[in-house]
Design a protein around this ligand. Structure first.
Ligand code: PMP
Length: 312
């Protein structure tokens, strides 16, 4: 750990190694937290780190907080400011991952009533390169199903919900695949363990609707907008069956950690010729250019952060 690693905890910036919570913290026992995963992309030419769609991440987190009765004393503006300050203090000159967490901080492990439990917010960042080991994914259909609104709403990044993703990812990895594709309880394709899913058929883009137990991905919405605006592609939200994925022309996954990564094989069947398709490739290039702050039209998606002079 570098000496310039800071965290934000209990309303203060502190060295990461001092950022600790007690073992009787509610969220540690019950998964009563809402987190975000945000990327900061280092632009070498501009010597600037661009945080991708910072506000949208905190807006999504705020919705999860409402659902989980997490009352934290910071507005979305405050959270954006705290994040920029933390990154500037750390002085990173590389790609980073930013992890905010709003959580039930009450030191009380025998109470299941959200309305009676105190909440807090903490934040940390780490250097972060590639999340997936390849840019041509071999995936499997998971035996695990995405939970749905009748059990735990999958449209928020609740910490406890990630047991589902972790079971699926582990199963896939142990079977030798790069990523798991989960179906929902109606047998429709939902998403990857940590990514949204798209397929291309006859030049048109399809992705499952949010009602199919899908996280409203921020990369998903960016890619939908880029596909329509920059390539004039039709994009539809539609139920997708497992069979349709096998016969698609192209498939790819999107996510903050995963960026836009083509899936070239599912359940040991090649998708089309098993190579990265032209639409996936073009969208991926466009997305990277935008995310690193090199496309002026989309600079409103990028929050620039320059390091504090004494941080490096
Ligand atoms: N689905 C799941 C289950 C995820 O964990 C993620 C990662 N946050 C995504 C989709 C993609 O969302 P985003 O593009 O906002 O990172």
């Amino acid at each position: 750990m570098s000496p310039k690693s800071y965290a934000f905890l209990h309303g203060e910036f502190v060295p990461l190694e001092e950022a600790k919570v007690g073992i009787d913290t509610h969220a540690l026992h019950y998964g009563t937290g809402v987190f975000e995963g945000i990327r900061g992309n280092w632009n070498k030419d501009k010597e600037t780190l661009y945080v991708f769609r910072l506000r949208e991440h905190y807006e999504r987190m705020a919705q999860g907080c409402r659902m989980l009765m997490l009352d934290i004393p910071y507005s979305t503006d405050d959270l954006c400011d705290i994040t920029v300050e933390l990154i500037a203090r750390c002085g990173y000159k590389e790609d980073i991952y930013i992890r905010p967490l709003a959580y039930k901080s009450a030191r009380h492990v025998a109470n299941l009533k959200l309305n009676e439990l105190a909440s807090d917010f903490c934040l940390m960042t780490i250097p972060f390169g590639n999340y997936l080991d390849t840019d041509a994914l071999r995936c499997c259909t998971s035996t695990w199903r995405r939970p749905d609104d009748r059990s735990i709403p999958p449209r928020f990044k609740f910490t406890g919900v990630y047991i589902n993703s972790i079971l699926a990812k582990t199963e896939a990895a142990l079977a030798g695949f790069d990523e798991a594709i989960l179906l929902n309880s109606d047998d429709n394709v939902s998403e990857g363990a940590g990514e949204n899913l798209f397929m291309v058929v006859n030049g048109k883009l399809y992705t499952p609707p949010l009602g199919d137990s899908v996280l409203p991905g921020i990369t998903r919405s960016a890619v939908m907008e880029l596909a329509r605006e920059e390539f004039g592609l039709e994009v539809a939200e539609a139920h997708i069956s497992r069979t349709e994925l096998y016969t698609a022309d192209e498939c790819f996954l999107t996510g903050t950690a995963a960026h836009l990564t083509p899936m070239v094989e599912l359940d040991n069947r090649k998708i089309a010729d098993g190579k990265i398709g032209p639409i996936s490739k073009a969208l991926r290039e466009m997305y990277f250019k935008v995310a690193v702050g090199n496309n002026p039209k989309y600079l409103h998606w990028c929050t620039p952060v320059t390091s504090e002079p004494d941080s490096a």
